[in-house]
Design a protein around this ligand. Structure first.
Ligand SMILES: [Zn+2]
Length: 455
């Protein structure tokens, strides 16, 4: 069977509070040894990976991604999506159920799992729907979904508005010990908003998506989590108030958690007004862009800056960063949401929400959290490994001996420029094309096999 010795890297395993220069030896899909004498377990002809000067950590987990299968394979397939994820350093991802048809029944779960087994290059776990067809009217068969192997339920892309239905979902989820994740959006408040409601929506003449539309559901979720004792994980938090609500609720011991995506802590709504407006003020807070060096350029109303929830104000961006730093927000993820060019190349109002994210997620997080010296590397890595593994009760996210041999090797300091046209994803809808990045994946190892390497 296959063996791999990863030598000389700085091994960071937050789950075991391990941080030292060491070797990691993998055999038959498992971690066999970590430490200075790990090489002793290896034989002369075992494959080696020189990780000197690099970080070696548990394979990164992204618990919020859209792979678009079944039904939307023009945007992405499990094959292309998992390749892009591997390039971004991810060994495990969780795909959302808002496909066509949606993943709201055991047959759909089986279909995705089978396809992922056959065509995926990394581990794919499936999230099932909370409600049938994600319509928010009738509960999906939560027990059968669990039996079929989903690791969580969510109506992501949609949000159950009926609080009683949400309560029942939580009660069922508790019976089946299934985490509930929620895309927080109050439909009555948000209506058909396309960007953050504020100065820029008024200036640009675009309909506003007020932060209160997110805060309202985060508050609802806190109350329902308290009432039912069931944990709710709030997806892609973007507003200052929702971070504040989460912080206070966690202090009270409410079983609630949250995640954040890089676009919400790099960009602001000024970006929708074009690059010039963004760099004028808000862009100065982006790591590496405070000087007079060349900056990426994009026009007004660029639909690659349209996502749900939307880019918010500089105050909101700062609150999300603070929430990540003080532990209020435990998890980092991409909300990788590929769309075809022809769908995005329309007026801002008509473009679908969402951007790709796998390949820029780690460097942007390193830039805004680690290179700004706000978060240590172990704390940052924890948000991509042990924290999502714990939430979803996955036996992943650590380099403990005997664990699955999923490992990510990256250079925290390597500088490079992102070329979205060269993406491994089937889609190109990233707002970060032409951006200088600091931090680059060197190798991605799944079950002891190198699935992506740059060294
Ligand atoms: Zn969502």
């Amino acid at each position: 069977m296959s063996s791999l010795l990863i030598t000389g890297g700085r091994v960071i395993d937050p789950a075991n509070s391990y941080d030292a220069v060491a070797d990691v030896f993998l055999r038959d899909g498992k971690i066999v040894a970590v430490g200075n004498d790990a090489a002793k377990s290896a034989e002369a002809n075992d494959e080696r990976l020189d990780a000197r000067g690099k970080i070696v950590c548990p394979g990164l987990i992204d618990l919020h991604v859209h792979l678009r299968e079944p039904g939307q394979s023009a945007k992405e397939t499990i094959a292309t999506g998992t390749k892009a994820a591997a390039r971004g350093g991810f060994t495990t991802i969780v795909c959302m159920p808002n496909t066509s048809p949606s993943i709201d029944n055991p047959a759909a779960v089986a279909l995705v799992k089978e396809k992922a087994e056959r065509e995926g290059v990394i581990n794919v776990f499936v999230a099932g729907a909370i409600s049938k067809g994600l319509a928010g009217e009738e509960l999906a068969p939560i027990g059968s979904l669990k039996q079929a192997g989903v690791v969580a339920i969510t109506d992501d892309g949609h949000c159950i508005q009926n609080n009683e239905l949400m309560r029942r979902a939580l009660e069922y989820a508790r019976m089946f010990d299934l985490p509930v994740m929620d895309h927080c959006q109050d439909y009555a408040l948000v209506t058909d908003g396309v960007m953050h409601e504020g100065y820029w929506s008024a200036a640009l003449g675009l309909r506003g998506w007020p932060a209160a539309g997110e805060d309202m559901i985060v508050a609802r979720n806190i109350l329902l989590a308290e009432l039912t004792g069931t944990r709710i994980h709030c997806q892609h938090l973007s507003s200052a108030r929702s971070v504040e609500l989460l912080r206070a609720a966690k202090k009270r011991g409410v079983p609630i958690s949250g995640e954040a995506c890089p676009h919400h802590f790099v960009l602001t709504d000024a970006a929708v007004a074009g690059s010039e407006e963004f760099w004028r003020e808000d862009g100065k807070k982006v790591f590496g862009y405070d000087s007079d060096t060349a900056k990426p350029v994009w026009p007004k109303y660029d639909t690659n800056f349209k996502m749900n929830p939307p880019l918010r104000s500089a105050t909101d961006r700062e609150a999300v960063l603070e929430g990540l730093c003080d532990g209020t927000i435990e998890i980092l993820c991409s909300d990788h949401a590929p769309h075809c060019d022809y769908e995005k190349e329309v007026e801002f109002d008509y473009a679908p929400f969402g951007i790709t994210g796998f390949e820029t997620e780690l460097p942007l997080s390193l830039m805004q959290l680690y290179h700004t010296q706000r978060l240590s590397l172990p704390d940052l890595i924890a948000k991509f490994t042990v924290a999502p593994a714990r939430l979803l009760k996955l036996d992943k996210g650590t380099l403990g001996v005997g664990q699955d041999a999923d490992v990510t090797v990256f250079d925290a300091d390597a500088e490079w420029t992102y070329d979205r046209m060269a993406s491994a994803s089937k889609s190109r809808n990233s707002p970060f094309g032409g951006w200088r990045m600091k931090g680059r994946v060197a190798a991605t190892v799944v079950a002891g096999k190198i699935v992506h390497r740059e060294i």
